[in-house]
Each structure stands twice: as C-alpha cells, then as structure tokens.
Ligand binder design. Structure first.
Ligand SMILES: [Zn+2]
Length: 507
C-alpha cells in the first residue's frame, strides 16, 4: 500500500507556513511487472478545481518517473552514470552507515539522481537517500525528497517513508508553490495475512453464541439468529479490510482503546451482549466508525488527538451507536457481496449512519462521558473539535471519511455541544495544544501492519510555530538491524490468530 498526503502552505502574517490546501492518494504499488499503481480513490472525489491542480502537478511530475523513483532511487543505478564522493561514517539509529555524495556524470541523456546516500556497512544496502533528479527538464521539474528504508526481512531493506518538501517552486501551473508531502508504504506481507483465511473461516462458524446453542443442541432462536447474522456481516467486513491492508491486525493498541471503552461502559453500568472490539485503520484521514460491535479509529486520528479525554470523546460517539443498537447493513453477511476488486473497497464498503442516528449518538455519547472518569477533562476534547472545525475548510482531504461519517461536514462538527464548553482557541499559547502533528503517536510495521504506540518522548515546545497542529513533518526513524531473534518473534506475531475469542478454542 502506498499513501501520499500533501499540504500546500501559505505564509501567515508571522511568516510561518500554514497549510491551506491538501491532496490525498492511496493506492497499491505493483512492482512485479514494472512500476504501476492502482488507486483506491475514485476520480469523482477529486472534483475540486484546486485539488485537481495539485493532482495535475502530482500526476505530471511525480508519476511515473518522479514518484516511483522516490522509492527506488534509479532503476539503473550504475557506476558508469555516477560520480561518488565519500563524506563520512555516521550512525542512523543503531545502524552504522557510509555517507556518500552522488552526482550524475556529464552528458547524461535522462535525468539522474543527485544528492546523498546512506549505505549500511554490513551488506551495503542503501538505507536512506536524499536529494532530487537532474538535469531538471524544461517543461517539467522534480521534487526534493528524503527517502527511508527499514530492515524488514533478514538482509532486506524496504522503502517505508518518503518526505518531500518544496518551497517557492515556480512553475507554469502555479507560482510560488510551497508544499510538504509524506509518503508511507506498508502491507508488504499482505499474503501472510491471507494465510489466516482458513483459520478465520472456522472462526465465523463458531462465535460464542453458537457454542452456547450447541450445548443445548438446539437451532438458534430468532433473536440469537439475528445476532449471529449481524456478527457474520461484521466479521466479513473486518476480515476483508484487514486482508487488503487497510486495517491493522489485532494487537496491543486495540487493548489500549478497549480500556477506554470499558471505562465508559463500567461507569455507566452498561452490560452489552457480546464484546466491543477496537481496531486501527492504517490510513491518515481523520475518521472513526463502527462495523457492528467493532469500533474503528484511523491512525491519523489517533496521531492528532491531544489526550485521553479526546480519545474518549471519539470512542464514546462510536460506542453510543452500539449502545443504541444502530444497525450494520447486513447485506455483507452474504459472502458473494465480498467479491469485488480491492481498489473498489471505498465504494463497496459503507459504514455511514443517517443524520438522525448521528444526532442520537452525539447525545448518548455526552451522557456516557458525563458519568465517566473523563467528565472533568472535556475542555481539551472541545478544543480539539474547535481546531478541527477551524481547519476543515482548508484541509478537506485530511478531515474527511472514506468509510464512515466525517468528523466535520460543512458547518456541523461531531459532538458540537463540547465546543461551547471549550476555552477560546489561541494559536500563540504554548500551553494550549488542541491537536498534534501527524505521525507522532502511532508506529506501523510496514511488513506485518502491526501498530504500536511510538516511544518518542514529548519535548517542550520553544515557540508556537512548533505546535504544527494537523501538519506534516519530516521523518527520522530510528534504524535498527533485524537480528535472527527478532525475525522469529515477527514470524510468530504474523501467524497469531486474528481474533482474541479464537485463542481459547485452539488450546
Ligand atoms: Zn457516527
């Protein structure tokens, strides 16, 4: 999977770049037959003239040469085309690297990489390269980029992150363009996730409710049959999203989210039939939705939420849908409905609720929060919503939803009652953090799609410019070598059963 998110910046009165436009691309890169990509986002969504312009720039100048090369450097990277100058040795994380400056030799007919490469000193894999392409063609240009690879398999370093930035880019299309872009790659082992298929098929046939029934050796009662039917639709959708690389496999982060959900349930004395599960959507746009009793929150949303009370605010809305019994469209319980190409997932899977159900969920969520341990800390949650409302018109591609209801649509913002209780938004105040930058909280393993909380420590901000709410920043991953020990551990995690409920039955 390849995801690119771009923000176009304008300088505010203080001279700081503030994002005023954005663009989003999600697709699957197929390198088996030469570089090619399949977009998950239908063209109709790209109606905005402004976005089309960015898209145009992107498609003209990133694809296929620029964009794919930001991942592969040069498909014909040879000594006869380049001059190499050794600079120094340097550690990237715990990996010792040779740092080498690279320039194309004179008289090249096609554009070649120019910049710096970092080469690890054991097997001599390129682990990072930073620069652009030269010469710049007359009717074209190449962006500058910083491209990182991670050691994901023994001896194999695979592209994971690309940061690109361009300030004061002068083109015929747009004068003085200034933008930042993050590209993330993941889902290298989607085939591995597919291997659990056989196992999960068994799982569908034996949910808890079936087991209860089989003790009595009776057919399911109408109510139980209906619950089982909804559970089947839920499982089908969750499995499909996991297999195509949109949902992270079950993991520890889900348990962190479940703890917050349980705090809400216990303090409200609610006993739901069947467990509520939480899962993480691997994409950047800020969204959350429910699939039956499964609450899904996107990586991007988890990244930018400032604190636990804000997380509780997001989860309480989804939990309210479950408590109120809002139904999942059970057409997905018929397995033939799951036969569609992966890139049509956003069109074929829709977990949106009607406006009346959204309002009811907002009201119920406020009740849940009022009785919860988060009741005195909702000021920050309101502040987050204010910032969201503030930025939504400029960042429609970040503050949107592909699978559920959007957090902010037009003038309406989810849980808007909390807005009234929030303090005034003040961009200059250093102690007021309404939202975090993208990419600071959640770490994705690009091989297994496992997610975990980042270990990076919070640092004290020195100026308001460093708040960077909802903004993109460069990547500086701490590179490590995969030892044989960790390989075994990774192999184990990828074959772990995909559901908690399944584990006891296997033993
Ligand atoms: Zn909702």
């Amino acid at each position: 999977m390849v995801e690119t998110y771009l923000q176009d910046l304008r300088n505010d009165s203080a001279g700081n770049g503030v994002p005023v436009k954005d663009a989003y691309f999600l697709g699957r890169l197929d390198m088996s037959d030469g570089p090619d990509d399949v977009s998950f986002i239908g063209q109709p969504g790209f109606g905005h003239r402004m976005v089309t312009k960015l898209t145009g720039v992107y498609s003209l100048h990133f694809l296929p040469m620029g964009f794919v090369q930001m991942i592969v450097l040069d498909s014909d990277f040879q000594k006869k085309y380049y001059k190499f100058t050794f600079v120094r040795r340097e550690f990237l994380g715990e990996v010792r690297c040779l740092v080498i400056d690279v320039q194309p030799k004179e008289g090249q007919k096609i554009a070649r990489f120019v910049g710096r490469i970092w080469v690890e000193d054991q097997d001599y894999n390129i682990v990072r390269f930073n620069g652009s392409y030269a010469p710049q063609p007359r009717a074209n240009f190449f962006f500058h980029f910083d491209s990182w690879r991670l050691n994901l398999r023994p001896g194999t370093w695979l592209p994971a992150y690309v940061y690109s930035e361009e300030s004061n880019l002068k083109t015929g299309l747009s004068r003085g363009m200034h933008f930042k872009g993050q590209t993330r790659l993941w889902g290298y082992d989607l085939k591995g996730l597919g291997k659990s298929e056989e196992f999960t098929q068994i799982l569908i046939d034996s949910p808890q409710s079936v087991k209860d029934q089989s003790d009595a050796a009776a057919d399911a009662s109408p109510v139980v049959a209906e619950r089982m039917w909804e559970k089947q639709a839920e499982d089908n959708a969750v499995e499909r999203l996991t297999k195509i690389g949109l949902l992270a496999p079950p993991g520890d982060l889900d348990k962190v989210l479940s703890t917050v959900v349980n705090n809400l349930l216990v303090t409200n004395n609610i006993d739901l039939q069947g467990d509520v599960r939480c899962r993480v959507l691997l994409t950047s746009p800020l969204e959350s939705f429910t699939i039956g009793h499964t609450i899904v929150v996107s990586r991007g949303l988890l990244d930018v939420l400032p604190d636990e009370a804000s997380l509780a605010m997001v989860l309480s809305h989804e939990l309210a849908h479950i408590v109120l019994g809002h139904r999942l469209d059970t057409k997905l319980a018929f397995n033939d409905r799951m036969f569609f190409p992966d890139e049509n997932s956003f069109q074929r899977l829709d977990f949106r609720h009607k406006p009346a159900e959204e309002e009811a969920a907002d009201a119920k969520a406020l009740d849940l929060l009022k009785n919860s341990p988060y009741k005195d800390k909702l000021g920050n949650a309101g502040l987050f919503l204010k910032a969201l409302q503030d930025r939504a018109p400029d960042l429609p591609n970040l503050i949107q939803s592909h699978l559920g209801n959007s957090m902010a649509e037009g003038k309406s913002v989810r849980m808007s009652t909390l807005l009234a209780q929030a303090p005034a938004l003040d961009e200059k105040r250093l102690d007021q953090i309404a939202a975090l930058p993208l990419g600071g909280r959640i770490k994705v393993d690009p091989w297994s799609d496992q997610v975990e909380l980042s270990k990076a420590k919070a640092v004290a901000l020195t100026s308001a410019r460093e708040k960077m709410e909802f903004e993109l920043t460069p990547f500086f991953p701490y590179l490590t070598r995969l030892s044989t020990g960790t390989t075994d551990k990774m192999a184990l995690t990828t074959t772990t059963p995909t559901s908690d409920t399944a584990a006891p039955e296997q033993k």
